[in-house]
Design a protein around this ligand. Structure first.
Ligand SMILES: *Cc1c(COP(=O)(O)O)cnc(C)c1O
Length: 360
């Protein structure tokens, strides 16, 4: 076994909801800890998946995902050959770590951020260097630039960032990239960009064509409601894409998933509704936290990161009432996925009661 793997702390996945319902003795448990789409999945995806020709089951899928590739490239305005598909954005994190890291290398992040960057750095024997965020939880770009050394091979930028929800402007990201040596990769995770109020101005999608050391990643798991199908992609410079295709397992994305993602991308109406509902519910949460003087980060995503003097006890109480929120990302802070209007209203009721309870 690789020494780097021996002491690994695994990513803790979500517990199946049916198990939790039995454990808590509840008919309904709402998971607001994994940033899934609370509005479900487009009905067009259901129709497409159900009409898939089952007689194709014994055949390997299209290794190039041609139909999906054409649709995604047109939607985001890049060349089809720049796209590399993966089994969720997660697998792209694995592929990039595997491709660019050797033991002793360093990986630079702004922290707190998504834990998978560090996990896969560790598996490759690389060392994670974390530059803490500024007081408002924005990226400390000056601190990041100062931490660049020849050993740093990868820099991860999650925009909007998980778990803070904060977003950085394209101008700031571009200015940072201009300080990064050409041998160092800058990997921009845009898992939540659809939810940003200014997504079109924020995206770094056009940068890989200009800067060959930049990669931009997206997923269908969040705004597109396809978390179970496991599909994401990276946008690479044209000269780098063939190398990544060589690293990728040829049949990583199965046909059902390709069909689902294609139907999802065609139903922009579903995505726009999800984004609009999320934005109005996000505003309600901001108003609630502001009124109560609870500290929270300005979110451009489908979750809110907030501080609470009894964060762990609050999360436990919400769980007993059938609502799961994410703990353990920063002491005294919780990350809450923005749910449906009804669930959010119920959550605020529970939180208000907890505040007014003289016993706590
Ligand atoms: C959810 C998430 C992912 C992983 O998405 P999958 O496509 O489901 O693997 C990647 N990056 C961030 C920041 C996420 O929050």
């Amino acid at each position: 076994m690789k020494a780097s793997v021996r002491n690994l702390t695994p990513y803790v996945p979500e517990q199946p909801l049916a198990d939790l319902q039995a454990e808590l003795g509840l008919k309904r448990v709402v998971r607001l800890s994994a940033n899934e789409n609370p509005y479900g999945t487009s009905p067009a995806v259901e129709r497409a998946v159900k009409s898939w020709d089952f007689t194709n089951s014994n055949r390997y899928p299209d290794a190039d995902a041609r139909a999906l590739r054409t649709a995604v490239a047109a939607q985001i305005g890049v060349a089809p050959a720049q796209l590399v598909f993966s089994v969720g954005l997660d697998e792209m994190i694995v592929m990039l770590s595997r491709t660019f890291l050797a033991p002793g290398d360093r990986v630079l992040v702004s922290g707190p951020t998504f834990s998978e960057y560090g996990l896969h750095a560790q598996i490759e024997g690389a060392q994670l260097v974390t530059v803490p965020t500024l007081a408002d939880d924005h990226v400390d770009f000056a601190g990041m630039a100062a931490a660049l050394t020849p050993q740093v091979k990868l820099v991860w930028l999650c925009n909007p960032n998980n778990p803070t929800g904060t977003s950085e402007s394209l101008a700031d990201i571009t200015a940072f990239i201009q300080q990064v040596p050409a041998e160092t990769m800058v990997l921009i995770d845009e898992a939540y960009i659809d939810f940003a109020p200014n997504a079109a101005a924020l995206t770094a999608m056009q940068l890989p064509a200009k800067y060959p050391n930049v990669v931009v990643m997206r997923t269908f798991s969040k705004a597109y409601g396809l978390a179970n199908f496991r599909i994401g992609y990276g946008v690479f410079a044209p000269e780098l894409a063939p190398t990544m295709q060589a690293v990728r397992l040829p049949y990583n994305v199965n046909s059902l998933t390709q069909v689902a993602a294609l139907a999802a991308i065609k139903d922009q109406d579903f995505v726009q509704k999800t984004v609009a509902q999320n934005a109005s519910e996000r505003a309600r949460w901001e108003a609630y936290f502001t009124a109560r003087h609870w500290q929270f980060d300005q979110s451009a995503a489908n979750f809110i990161f907030f501080a609470h003097p009894r964060a762990v006890a609050l999360a436990a109480m919400l769980k007993q009432n059938g609502y799961l929120v994410r703990t353990g990302l920063r002491p005294g802070w919780l990350r809450l996925t923005i749910g449906t209007a009804a669930d959010n209203a119920r959550l605020r009721e529970l939180m208000t009661e907890e505040c007014e309870d003289p016993a706590v």
